[in-house]
Design a protein around this ligand. Structure first.
Ligand code: ATP
Ligand code: AMO
Length: 421
């Protein structure tokens, strides 16, 4: 037996086999419970206590690890002292043994309990690794982590999807993205990133839209062209996935997650080439049209068949992209999307950094340059060529784990019908 040690956690299963009690306890951030063993003959007082312990109780256990572990789950503690810290007052609304599945909604309504289930806990452990690795990668590449306001005066991604806020009598909005701020910062810092929430009043009820999400925004100055941004994004996603697979790939696979073991190189196809692929496969899309979810899904399967789950679509029509994107000739732009498994994960591009061109872009998109004065001003003082992207972190978690619904990747999702918990 080892030195005595302490374990704290919740009872997820109780098995009494004759004179031995096996209490499974979810402790730390482990994805499998630790088995607490109590033998009647060694400690009858303790036996009395644990043989009546209720499922879901919070315990503190002192005990020793045996030399040989019998439990298939791999970790065991022979208890010497058990303290019941809290007991459930009601029947648990979801089965924490995982034997009887709960409804999709109940896993969200009782998320705190669902987190005791290895398959749900795994998602949020993976999410935390993904967020950490995003930060590690970008910091190692010389990016400054910044935080920009979430209550703003102007939207950057189209007026229809803004939540309005009464800001001491003045009309304000919840930020749809840090777009304007991260670009303004390009006039003072060469490379920035932000991990933060964004808000979109979209009335979609899809499996990949939320009304509050977490985004990664990256902006890099002094770029040669948009390919610098594509390469950085490819390296970032490859790094994050690699680290995820290294840290918990085996556990994820054994829990049934359809992970991506190898990202492979990301093909780069232009919008025109993607349109050609789609239209030669039964679609009837006109030049300039955005790819709808059906077309995105088809392209996802097309590239998957070639063994590449992630791919870029570049040179989008300028008309379909926001004012801050740089034009590429009369009709095209330097905007791109990154899709993984047929879902848009990120979009970005090279920006228009020349004041007069940017001013013209605003006018051409029907926007009033006066509303954007604070932003435009930054382009007067030596704004370098720059580009970047916005990446939906909830969507990234979803596709890297092979989840079917973005709500599974978020602790307390906000959609049109969900404001609590
Ligand atoms: P963007 O803001 O760049 O459009 P997005 O990630 O919201 O990004 P997608 O999810 O790839 O875009 O969907 C592409 C577009 O298809 C959406 O912007 C939206 O206009 C439209 N769309 C997607 N799902 C629906 C839906 N259920 N109902 C109506 N429109 C939808
Ligand atoms: P875009 O509007 O494409 O671009 O958003 C960037 C990424 O954010 C994610 N996303 C969403 N995820 C969940 N629910 C939503 N409602 C939602 N809307 C967007 C997607 C999307 O690819 N400023 C630009 C980025 C840039 O050019 O830097 C922007 O916001 O994964």
């Amino acid at each position: 037996m080892s030195e005595p040690r302490q374990v704290t956690g919740w009872v997820s299963n109780v098995k009494i086999l004759g004179k031995i009690a096996f209490i499974e306890v979810i402790d730390d951030l482990s994805l499998t419970p630790i088995t607490i063993v109590v033998k009647k003959e060694t400690n009858s007082e303790l036996w009395e206590l644990v043989s009546k312990v209720k499922l879901g109780s919070a315990l503190k256990i002192e005990g020793k690890e045996p030399q040989q572990v019998v439990s298939k789950k791999g970790r065991e503690l022979h208890a010497e002292e058990v303290q019941i810290l809290a007991e459930p007052q009601d029947l648990l609304p979801i089965d924490v043994t995982g034997k009887t599945p709960a409804s999709f909604d109940d896993y969200i309504n009782y998320r705190y309990l669902a987190l005791r289930l290895p398959k749900i806990r795994a998602v949020f452990v993976a999410r935390s690794i993904i967020f950490q690795e995003v930060r590690n990668f970008l910091t190692s590449r010389g990016f400054l982590e910044v935080n920009t306001p979430k209550i703003v005066k102007a939207g950057a991604e189209g007026g229809a999807t803004l939540f309005s806020v009464d800001y001491f009598g003045e009309k304000a909005f919840l930020a749809q993205s840090p777009q304007l701020y991260k670009q303004m910062l390009m006039c003072g810092v060469p490379r920035v990133f932000e991990v933060g929430p964004f808000f979109r009043a979209e009335k979609f009820s899809t499996t990949r839209h939320l009304n509050e999400g977490w985004g990664l925004d990256v902006e890099m100055g002094f770029i040669n062209d948009v390919n610098d941004v594509l390469s950085l994004l490819e390296e970032l996603v490859t790094h994050v996935n690699k680290r995820l697979v290294e840290s918990m790939g085996d556990q994820l696979k054994s829990l049934g997650f359809n992970i991506i073991e190898d990202m492979k190189q990301f093909p780069r196809v232009t919008y025109d080439e993607a349109l050609k692929i789609l239209n030669s496969n039964g679609f009837d899309l006109k030049w300039g049209e955005d790819f709808d979810p059906k077309a995105e899904k088809f392209l996802g399967e097309y590239f998957q068949q070639q063994g590449t789950p992630a791919y870029f679509i570049t040179e989008y029509p300028w008309d379909s992209k926001p004012f801050y994107i740089m034009r590429n000739g009369p009709q095209k732009s330097y905007a791109f999307d990154l899709d993984i498994r047929g879902i848009e994960i990120a979009s970005g591009g090279q920006r228009e950094h020349r004041y007069s061109e940017l001013y013209r872009n605003l006018v051409d998109k029907g926007l009033d340059p006066n509303d954007f004065k604070f932003y435009l001003d930054a382009f007067k003082y030596g704004m370098p060529p720059h580009g970047g992207f916005g990446l939906g972190l909830d969507r990234l978690v979803m596709v890297l784990l092979g989840l079917q619904n973005i709500r599974e990747a978020v602790l307390f999702p906000r959609d049109r019908f969900r404001l609590v918990p």
